[in-house]
Design a protein around this ligand. Structure first.
Ligand code: NIG
Ligand code: FE
Length: 420
């Protein structure tokens, strides 16, 4: 069959190929092909092959010279707090001086600081800031993003955040999946009425569902924020309404959220810095993904999740960015992967599986995304590196050469060339 586009002169194509979820020893497996080409038709991959591509060429075929770059699937960031206003650099000194993250939140700062700014911000302000962040992410090779609300903590602002995400998904090449996170913190006006706020979150689920504003619901299950009971209450209601569910759990302290998330069949449980050995064993027997966020440990100067233990136990592992203004203010997803290489003691192959096909699996898009296989969306990243290990070793810089989303060139020589 003829192709619309052929990306040729690829030094090596690296792609996951195992049917997800990928676990254990399979995490070290990738398909790689040297001196390869990728043929694309419309928004889909037609062939990944080597040798002559003449059979795919017609007079309309665009030929794109990869100039010896390597090719990987578009990266999938399955945990971000994309849409918000303002920044929190003024809190960084406090944190570095040892004031705990949760103490800053308790005194009305932290998440609540961003809530105040997000409530005040206009739709346009939120849209423009998040658009800029998506551009940054795309320059680092990210092609699919999960975006949480959670800086409104009232229906009006949560809806504003989710509507911005929905608009961005139409206007920006990156594909966005939205998550409602009304239970991200207890709003100031409910400080002494937490149970009422939990009820309000559950009530608001109806509006979110009716208007198709989110496919998933997330809760920050942590000491001093939402208890296991609160989390159960919210997530059971969400599940019954047909939402996918997920949790921020064991970020600071292990209070039982992980075990609950497994029982409720969450799609992913995220952070897990303080996960217990018994929860690792329980997670390994489930189909719930461990979504690990090394950038947060780095920025908060906290311990890293015991990734090696989690992987070796046989859990489904994915790695995400957690981009947000308070615990991980960076869109540099390649740095996130490099942190995983350094601190999680993961192999390059494991890291690529954990940032492409496994996140696609727990987001429910693995049949169309997450690997370079015929029939899947042509989300392709070309990197100016000799091999995959080099990308993780030479840290802190952007190795992207070109990025394609749905068969369209969106980044060329590390510059954005197409907005939609
Ligand atoms: O994943 N812990 C809760 N939520 C975010 C941080 C949000 C913020 O500090 O603004 C996280 O770490
Ligand atoms: Fe988060």
């Amino acid at each position: 069959m003829k192709a619309d586009l052929i990306i040729y002169n690829i030094n090596t194509v690296y792609t996951p190929y195992i049917v997800p979820p990928i676990r254990g020893k399979n995490m070290s497996r990738l398909y790689s092909l040297d001196r390869a080409f990728i043929a694309v038709q419309g928004d889909r991959i037609l062939a990944v092959s080597t040798g002559s591509f003449d059979q795919h060429v017609s007079e309309y075929t665009v030929l794109h010279d990869a100039k010896g770059a390597i090719a990987i699937p578009g990266l999938i960031d399955s945990h971000t707090h994309l849409v918000h206003a303002g920044s929190r650099e003024m809190e960084y000194d406090k944190m570095k001086a040892g004031v705990p993250y949760l103490d800053i939140l308790k005194s009305g700062g932290g998440i609540l600081n961003t809530v105040e700014k997000t409530r005040q911000a206009s739709f346009g302000e939120l849209y423009r800031k998040a658009y800029q962040s998506l551009d940054e992410m795309m320059l680092y090779g990210v092609t699919v993003v999960e975006a949480k609300s959670g800086y409104g903590l009232n229906l009006e602002t949560e809806v504003k955040q989710l509507s911005v995400a929905r608009e961005l998904s139409k206007d920006h090449p990156i594909h966005i999946l939205s998550t409602y996170m009304g239970a991200h913190a207890i709003p100031i006006e409910y400080t002494h009425y937490k149970d009422d706020y939990v009820d309000e979150v559950i009530e608001d689920l109806k509006f979110i569902k009716k208007n198709g504003l989110a496919e998933a619901v997330d809760v920050f299950c942590e000491e001093g924020v939402f208890s296991v009971e609160d989390t159960k209450h919210i997530l059971m209601s969400a599940h019954a309404m047909g939402f996918k569910i997920k949790l921020h759990s064991d970020e600071m302290k292990s209070i039982g959220g992980t075990s609950l998330g497994i029982d409720l069949e969450a799609t992913s449980i995220d952070h897990l810095m303080s996960i217990t050995d018994s929860d690792i064993a329980k997670l390994a027997k489930s189909n719930v993904a461990a979504n690990l966020l090394p950038g947060t440990s780095f920025y908060l100067k906290k311990k890293y999740a015991p990734a090696r233990k989690i992987l070796d136990a046989g859990c489904i592992v994915s790695i995400s960015g957690d981009y947000n203004p308070g615990s991980c203010p960076t869109e540099n997803f390649q740095f996130i992967m490099q942190l995983a290489y350094q601190h999680y003691d993961m192999k390059p192959e494991e890291i690529l599986n954990a940032t492409t096909l496994n996140p696609a699996y727990h987001l429910g898009i693995h049949e169309t995304h997450g690997s370079l296989e015929p029939g899947k969306h042509a989300n392709i990243v070309l990197l100016n590196v000799p091999n995959l290990s080099y990308m993780l070793y030479h840290y802190g810089i952007n190795h992207t050469k070109d990025v394609f989303i749905d068969g369209k060139l969106v980044v060329l020589n590390r510059q954005i060339v197409r907005k939609i």
